[in-house]
Design a protein around this ligand. Structure first.
Ligand code: PMP
Length: 356
C-alpha cells in the first residue's frame, strides 16, 4: 500500500511534508537556529531540575503551565500578567491553536507573502481558506494597500510576521496599528525574531492594550537558543487565552518541557547574551554580501536573504559541496543564510566566494 491508497483528506493529496533538509554537514545555517549551545553551567542546572521532577513523571504535568507562563510574562514585561500569556510546543503549535479556535471551515486567514510558509500550511490544515496579500518589491508593506486588502476580503485572521521570515523585514508599529484597526477579527503578529531587531524597531506588545484582538507570538527557538526544547508562547487579552483553552489538548506541555523552559528563563541573561554578537555578525554579513555586488534585504532577524541568482539551486548546491548548508527559500532567485558563529560565517563567505 502507498499513501495514495489511503482515504486521506482530498486537500492533503499530492502534498509533501514541510521541512528543510536535515543534512549532516559541518556548517548548518539553514533553519535560523542560534548557533551557541547551552553552557556547562546551564546544562548542569537543567539536569538537576529535570532530576528533581523525574520522580513525578507518573503524574500529568501542570495542565495550565502556570509557573512557566508567569515567568514568560515577567520576561516580556509591558505589565503583562500570567492570564495574558499562553505557551505550547513551539510557536507553530501556538499558531495552530489560534487557527483551531478562530479559523476553520468557511473562515479565512490572510498573510503578506513572501512570509513564513507554515502560516498558509497551518491555515489549510485547519480547513481555513488562505488569502495572499503580497508585499512590495523591497518586501515592505504598504499600509494603504494592506488596509485595502483587508477591507476587500474581511479575513477572520490576519498574519503579520515582524521581523519577517524569510526576508528579515520588520514592520513599523504604525503599519501594524493600521492593519489592526482595519481587521475585523484576530491579528497575529508573529515576532519569532523580535529579540534580533535593530535599535528603533519596537515590539507590537506595546499595541496590545489598544487592540484587544491582537495576539503577539514569540518563541524560545531563536534568540533563547532553545530550539530543541520546543517552547513557543503568546501574549494577548485574557479572553483570547480562554479561547485557546477550548482547543488545546490536555497536558500538551510535558513536565520535561515546562521544566526546561523554566530553567531557560532563569538563565535568560546567558542565553540572550548571544543576541548582540549575532546582530553584529548579521550586519557584517549584509555589508559583505553587498560588497560582492549582491542584492541583500535589510534584516532585523538572525538571517539574511540575498540574491539574485537565475539558478539559485546551483549556488545552494555549490555552497553545500563546500560544507555549508543554507536555505533555498523565499522568492525565486533568492537564498537565505542563518547567522552562525564568526567561524561559521567565515566558512560561509569562503564557500560562497568559491561558487561566485
Ligand atoms: N514563526 C516564524 C516566523 C518562524 O520563522 C518560525 C520558525 N522557523 C516559527 C514561527 C516557529 O518556530 P517554533 O515552532 O520553533 O517556535
Amino acid at each position: 500500500m502507498n499513501l495514495d491508497d489511503l482515504p486521506i483528506r482530498d486537500d492533503l493529496r499530492g502534498k509533501t511534508p514541510y521541512g528543510a533538509p536535515q543534512l549532516d554537514v559541518p556548517v548548518r545555517l539553514n533553519t535560523n537556529e542560534n548557533p551557541y549551545p547551552p553552557s556547562p553551567g546551564l546544562v548542569a542546572d537543567l539536569a538537576r531540575a529535570i532530576g528533581e521532577h523525574a520522580g513525578e513523571l507518573n503524574r500529568y504535568p501542570d495542565r495550565d503551565a502556570v509557573e512557566l507562563r508567569a515567568g514568560l510574562a515577567a520576561y516580556l514585561g509591558h505589565g503583562l500578567a500570567t492570564e495574558q500569556v499562553w505557551a505550547a510546543n513551539g510557536s507553530n503549535e501556538v499558531l495552530q491553536q489560534i487557527l483551531q479556535a478562530f479559523g476553520g471551515h468557511g473562515r479565512t486567514a490572510m498573510g503578506f507573502e513572501p512570509s513564513y510558509s507554515m502560516h498558509p500550511i497551518i491555515t489549510s490544515g485547519t480547513s481555513t481558506e488562505w488569502i495572499d496579500a503580497s508585499r512590495e518589491e523591497d518586501f515592505s508593506l504598504d499600509p494603504g494597500k494592506a488596509v485595502a486588502a483587508i477591507e476587500e476580503h474581511r479575513p477572520d485572521i490576519v498574519f503579520i510576521t515582524s521581523p519577517n521570515n524569510p526576508t528579515g523585514t520588520a514592520q513599523p508599529l504604525d503599519t501594524i496599528a493600521a492593519i489592526a484597526a482595519a481587521a475585523p477579527g484576530i491579528v497575529v503578529v508573529d515576532e519569532a525574531y523580535a529579540e534580533f531587531a535593530r535599535e528603533g524597531t519596537p515590539s507590537a506588545l506595546t499595541l496590545l492594550p489598544a487592540h484587544p484582538r491582537m495576539i503577539v507570538t514569540r518563541t524560545m527557538s531563536k534568540a533563547f537558543a532553545m530550539a530543541g526544547t520546543r517552547l513557543g508562547y503568546l501574549a494577548a487579552h485574557p479572553a483570547v487565552v480562554q479561547a485557546l483553552l477550548l482547543v488545546r489538548l490536555p497536558y500538551h506541555l510535558s513536565t520535561l518541557t515546562q521544566t526546561a523552559a523554566r530553567v531557560a528563563l532563569r538563565h535568560q541573561e546567558e542565553l540572550l547574551g548571544t543576541v548582540d554578537a549575532l546582530r553584529r555578525e548579521r550586519d557584517d554579513t549584509v555589508a559583505w554580501l553587498r560588497s560582492k555586488g549582491l542584492v541583500v534585504a535589510d534584516s532585523d532577524a538572525n538571517f539574511v536573504l540575498f540574491g539574485r541568482f537565475p539558478d539559485r539551486r546551483a549556488v545552494w548546491q555549490g555552497v553545500l559541496e563546500r560544507g555549508v548548508l543554507i536555505r533555498e527559500v523565499g522568492p525565486p532567485e533568492w537564498l537565505r543564510v542563518s547567522i552562525g558563529t564568526g567561524e561559521e560565517m567565515a566558512a560561509f563567505r569562503a564557500a560562497l566566494e568559491g561558487v561566485l
